[in-house]
Write a protein that binds this ligand. Structure first.
Ligand code: CMP
Length: 142
């Protein structure tokens, strides 16, 4: 399969636990190339816009409060099968269901505070990447 991009976010719990370096290590060891990276703090309206697809869900308020509670680190990752391979690296949304050795199994506390986000399709990877990065910020280094 051709190279694919996915948008990952190291969430506020990941930053608060000082695990950004550990998660990046795992990402790079798994063969992903980092195309863009920054640290930002989303406002509540920005978190609501990013997660608009979940607007009707009962956890929407909790999710957007949490995502705007502190800095997070969005990254654009590239490799073959980036979307599905990153979802394997993350583990299941609920850390109680995540496989041993995945980021969520090893570090996440709950379904809400689950360390990382990853796009669910290549199409959404593109859409989500443009939410955080301009075309100019997507670096073609290799
Ligand atoms: P993420 O991959 O960022 O996409 C949507 C997020 O909603 C998800 O990770 C979880 O953190 C969160 N989420 C999903 N289900 C629940 C739930 N039942 N309660 C709280 N948060 C949830």
């Amino acid at each position: 399969m051709a190279s694919e991009r996915t948008l990952a976010i190291m969430k506020p719990d990941c930053v608060r636990k000082h695990l950004v370096g550990e998660v990046l290590r795992r990402i790079q060891d798994a063969g992903f190339v980092i195309r863009a990276m920054k640290m930002i703090r989303m406002s509540k309206p920005e978190a609501e816009e990013f997660y608009a697809v979940h607007r009707e869900r009962p956890f929407f308020g909790e999710l957007t409060d949490f995502m705007s509670s502190g800095p997070c680190v969005p990254v654009v990752l590239e490799k073959e099968n980036a979307v599905s391979d990153f979802r394997i690296l993350m583990g299941a949304t609920n850390p109680a269901d995540a496989d041993t050795g995945t980021i969520r199994h090893d570090f996440a506390d709950s379904m809400g505070e689950n360390m990382v986000h990853g796009s669910d399709s290549a199409e959404n990877g593109k859409i989500e990447s443009t939410y955080f990065f301009t075309e100019h910020e997507l670096v073609n280094s290799s």
